[in-house]
Design a protein around this ligand. Structure first.
Ligand code: PRF
Ligand code: ZN
Length: 370
């Protein structure tokens, strides 16, 4: 077995839990947020920066690396860890989200998905087997099954057909996965916003016996209350001895709500993406550093933040960089945003271990919504 989840402590008041996830490239303290490095780089952050902010695991994308530079090249480099000089754990997503976001550029059959590259329009085919091949070549510690993430809203009939196909694909992924000693394959629960489809999907995916379970198909445009309702229904169906991963979620409030509902792992482009358009995340909500109101603000992004950026730079300087499209501006805000989210996860974990998560949750949520 490539990974082992160790449950350390459960919150007495909520479904939050703290644990350890042992992987071939080291142990992750959960709950955790995974910075996204789509193209084998967390945009603007080199591995030294990531180690400095204590990133424990990063995510990369099968779809993108398959198109550029090609998984064979990454394999020849000695795998993704060596290729990008990151020696801590990596998770690769399967393309089950990217390919389905292509809209008109793709066609789904039982066998797999035909799609056109967003780069040059060239034609490609992904099946559960080919995706496992690619993820095996990339060599991440955790790899994701090839699923379909359906759009929101979706009819019951479409969601049902899709989730049943996702289950059949999950079985084929398990069958095709060739490197079980070094790579843990996670299954993905789908089912749209329908509780009964989520139940079916959870039962079927659990039946296949993956070492970790993801909840997919959320944060696709539904109201947040819908997402929390589906999570409350779905997470308790997953046994306590498996890590639970909520895919594509990374706003501070959703991390607090997700952890409270029993999620252990999250990823999202949000902190890195909004940084590059001049928005910082703080304990009291987002700060649009780009705004004119910060032109003469010589305070840090966030008072009291211990990150390198807040200890050394002012909002006025960062605004200047962003206004001039200077690379350093994008980098410094990215650095702060990731530091902030990783600190939030760390603080939640400490609160769970100390038995006061509910108290922590309440004060943190109130502050964000100020
Ligand atoms: N499936 C996969 N990746 C994903 C998702 C999914 O449903 C989501 C949903 N928010 C994000 N990333 N494979
Ligand atoms: Zn900071």
């Amino acid at each position: 077995m490539a990974i082992k989840y160790e449950l350390l402590k459960e919150c007495p008041d909520t479904n939050a839990r703290a644990g350890l996830l042992h992987t071939p490239h080291g142990t992750i303290e959960t709950p955790i947020f995974m910075p996204v490095g789509t193209l084998a780089t967390v945009k603007t952050m080199d591995p030294r920066d990531l180690e400095e902010i204590n990133a424990q695991i990063i995510l990369s994308n099968t779809y993108h690396l398959y198109l550029r530079p090609g998984h064979e090249i990454v394999k020849q480099a000695g795998g993704l860890h060596r290729f990008m000089n990151w020696n801590r754990p990596i998770l690769t997503d399967s393309g089950g989200f990217q390919v389905f976001s292509l809209g008109d550029l793709r066609k789904i059959t039982e066998e797999g998905v035909t799609f056109r590259s967003h780069i040059d329009g060239s034609k490609h085919f992904f099946s559960p087997e080919s995706v496992m091949d690619i993820e095996n070549a990339l060599g991440a510690d955790i790899i994701m099954a090839f699923d379909e993430c359906i759009p929101y809203p979706a009819t019951f009939d479409y969601a049902k057909d899709s989730v049943e196909r996702t289950t059949r694909w999950a079985r084929r992924c398990k069958e095709a996965h060739k490197n079980i000693e070094n790579q843990a394959l996670f299954g993905i629960i789908q089912g749209g916003m329908y509780n009964d489809l989520r139940t079916r999907s959870a039962e079927d995916i659990l039946d296949i016996d993956f070492p970790g379970i993801a909840v997919g198909g959320l944060s696709v445009g539904e109201p947040k209350e819908e997402m929390y309702r589906v999570l409350e229904h779905t997470v308790p169906l997953i046994p306590k001895n498996k890590p639970r991963y909520l895919m594509g979620v990374g706003s501070a409030d959703a991390l607090l709500e997700g952890v409270g509902r029993g999620i252990d792992m999250f990823d999202c482009v949000l902190p890195t993406r909004i940084a590059r358009n001049g928005t910082a995340m703080t304990a009291t909500g987002r700060v649009v550093i780009r705004n004119a109101s910060y032109a003469k603000d010589f305070s840090p992004i966030e008072d009291g933040c211990q990150c390198y950026v807040c200890r050394n730079y002012t909002r006025a300087y960062l605004r200047h960089l962003i206004k001039c499209n200077e690379i350093l501006g994008f980098k410094l805000i990215t650095y702060h945003n990731l530091y902030y989210l990783l600190s939030l996860m760390k603080d939640m974990r400490s609160a769970i271990l100390e038995g006061n998560f509910l108290h922590f949750y309440k004060s943190a949520i109130d502050k964000i919504k100020l």
